[in-house]
Design a protein around this ligand. Structure first.
Ligand SMILES: Nc1ncnc2c1ncn2[C@@H]1O[C@H](COP(=O)(O)OP(=O)(O)OP(=O)(O)O)[C@@H](O)[C@H]1O
Length: 252
């Protein structure tokens, strides 16, 4: 069953006639150059941007007909950059979102290694520390749905600012969440990590979905060149990928 269907969706000059399906319990990574439309598509999927034409259907219901309060229990949206406005310690900030939970769910505390950050003021965190707190906050919002394997996780550049250890910890954890039935749609500028961890990759170029499929079909020099206007050398190892960008001009 499809968790999410996009049917011929357009938004101004930002997205043009996008049609795709996301099965429940799968992960989709969006690749594309700056300004291609990845964030716009994620905002649309999260119900935060209205389509000019076409439909977004989530679990058999038109997304625009789902009350925001209900949607907020089913899907979370992690923004690409968040400026903290509250000068609060991290534990008090996250406490706003915990609702009926007394403590931070331990998998989140563990994956995002928040132990030593909990008493720090949120305004004093490094970029990567803030990213870990914000990812944690996004997942807390839908924690009951995650537990039931019913959540839709819409994450704009979740790997941004994370060091490599925290990138891998997040990617491994998101794989577990997807294997439990949750659905993940995220954007990424880390092509090799996406090739390794995504079930499906969507390539966005100038607001159009120009290619979609598994990594073995999509992560090719030809499709990456169409996506990024850049030449690539691609090598696949056992379960990792080596992807070298060779530059915009023709290779010698
Ligand atoms: N609120 C807005 N109103 C009008 N145009 C917008 C708005 N937000 C973004 N755009 C435009 O839509 C296009 C797609 O932007 P978007 O943020 O979706 O790109 P992106 O693929 O996420 O890029 P990046 O990799 O730089 O994050 C860009 O041309 C951008 O200038």
């Amino acid at each position: 069953m499809s968790s999410l269907s996009l049917v011929n969706v357009s938004v101004g000059a930002r997205l043009s006639q996008i049609s795709a399906k996301v099965a429940k319990g799968t992960s989709v990574h969006l690749l594309g150059e700056n300004g291609a439309g990845k964030s716009s598509l994620l905002q649309l999927i999260a119900g935060l941007l209205c389509a000019d034409s076409g439909d977004v259907v989530y679990q058999g219901q038109m997304l625009k007909d789902i009350p925001l309060a209900q949607l907020a229990t089913l899907r979370c949206f992690h923004q690409q950059s968040v400026q903290p406005v509250f000068d609060l310690p991290v534990n008090e900030y996250l406490g706003f979102y915990l609702q009926n939970y007394r403590d931070l769910p331990s998998p989140l505390e563990h994956v995002f290694e928040l132990y030593h950050l909990l008493n720090k003021k949120i305004t004093t965190l490094s970029g990567g520390e803030l990213q870990r707190v914000e990812l944690c906050r996004s997942l807390i919002q839908v924690w009951p749905a995650i537990g039931a394997g019913e959540a839709l996780l819409v994450l704009d550049e979740p790997l941004q600012a994370l060091d490599i250890r925290h990138q891998l910890a997040f990617l491994e954890y998101s794989r577990q969440l997807v294997d439990q039935g949750n659905t993940l749609v995220c954007s990424s500028h880390h092509i090799a990590q996406s090739a390794r961890y995504a079930d499906k990759i969507w390539c966005i170029q100038a607001g159009k979905l120009i290619a979609q499929g598994g990594a073995e079909d999509i992560i090719t020099p030809h499709i990456l060149k169409r996506t990024y206007q850049c030449h690539f050398d691609v090598k696949r190892h056992a379960n990792t990928w080596q992807i070298d960008a060779l530059g915009a001009s023709d290779p010698p």
